[in-house]
Design a protein around this ligand. Structure first.
Ligand code: PEP
Ligand code: MN
Length: 338
């Protein structure tokens, strides 16, 4: 059930409703909206009696939730969530978010050289894995904490916000210490203990769609994070596995409007993993922005043929510049900026 507060409800009235919810043994999730605060209730086994809340001062309405997810749905919050990363960098606001960088941090020189061109191209967020979930145990697994330190240096020196993946509940401790956004990868979308741990983090979470996850499964995975109290979640479409073999994955751009109808969470697109091929990254980036995505996460490498992972899908710095220039032309049609 959702408790919708009146538009002029005071902070004290909102707190009193939350206390009442907690006193019954449930968890209260107050989510401020533009016009009023909605309070989601989780932890109840069956339906709740609205009478317990309706009479409290400041309460407008009690509405049952019709969907299996309670906190990620637009029923709770009509307007899209804007994830604030500091220094005016946002995901889900009017400005499109461009996250660019290598698949993996391979060395200090490699990461900094790419970061320099990412910053010069005008992107405000840098990506790079320090923990890599690889198909083969013999492939490069990432520089771990050394990689995170390189990323922290990049934030310092280039002013870029850092997005990097946590692959398990051990690595998330370090990732949240060094990064601005914790990425949870496709293979971990249903790692429920990791999702719950991310839900207790103070850092925003970029949650990638599982390799064969339905829309409901993606939203329920996000619900795990919100249910623990972290409401700053960004969804990411990164392609799903289909019978098609002309592309690594099938980038499901139709999921963008579908997510936006159901959920207030921002959603970005990864055209690199979505296609697996460098030459498809620009066209699918244009399409992703045209379809209404809140941004892109793109793999960039200055020497893709030498990359330790995902070289085939990494674009080079001049192509990133071209991508940003083209996106900039599409953005105004959707009332977005870059
Ligand atoms: C990545 O971003 O490098 C990555 C491993 O992505 P995904 O989890 O989508 O495969
Ligand atoms: Mn990759």
């Amino acid at each position: 059930m959702l408790v919708m507060m009146k538009s002029h409800a005071t902070k004290e009235e909102i707190e009193a409703v939350c206390r009442k919810i907690e006193s019954l043994g449930y968890k209260a999730h107050p989510i401020p909206g533009i016009t009023r605060t909605a309070i989601g209730i989780t932890g109840n086994k069956g339906p709740l009696e609205p009478a317990a809340f309706e009479s409290l001062p400041g309460v407008g309405d009690c509405v049952p939730v019709s969907k299996p997810y309670k906190l990620v749905g637009r029923e709770l919050k009509e307007e899209t969530t804007v994830v604030e990363l500091g220094d005016g960098v946002q995901i889900g606001g009017r400005e499109l978010a461009i996250i660019a960088g290598p698949c993996a941090v391979e060395s200090r020189d490699q990461a900094r050289s790419i970061a320099r061109s990412v910053a010069a191209a005008g992107a405000r967020l840098f990506r790079g894995g320090a923990y890599k979930p690889r198909t083969s145990p013999y492939s490069f697994q990432g520089l771990e904490e050394d990689g995170l330190k390189i990323l922290a240096g990049i934030r310092e020196d280039f002013g870029l916000k850092i997005v990097t993946e946590a692959i398990d509940v051990q690595s998330i401790e370090l990732v949240e210490h060094y990064a601005d956004v914790i990425q949870i990868g496709a293979r971990n979308m249903q790692n429920f203990s990791l999702l719950k741990r991310a839900g207790r983090s103070k850092r925003p979470v970029l949650l990638k769609r599982g390799i064969s996850a339905t829309l409901d499964e993606l939203l329920m995975a996000a619900e795990y994070i919100l249910s623990e109290g972290n409401y700053n979640v960004i969804l990411c479409e990164r392609g799903i596995r289909t019978f098609a073999d002309h592309t690594r994955n099938t980038l499901d751009l139709s999921v963008i409007p579908a997510v936006q109808r159901l959920s207030h969470l921002p959603i970005i697109v990864d055209p690199s993993h979505g296609t697996g091929r460098r030459e498809k990254v620009l066209p699918l980036s244009r399409a992703a922005i045209a379809v209404g995505a809140d941004g892109l996460i793109v793999e960039v490498h200055h020497r893709p043929e030498e990359a330790l992972s995902d070289g085939n899908q990494s674009i080079q710095p001049p192509e990133l510049e071209q991508l940003i220039q083209q996106i900039g032309q599409i953005a105004p049609i959707l009332n977005r900026t870059l």
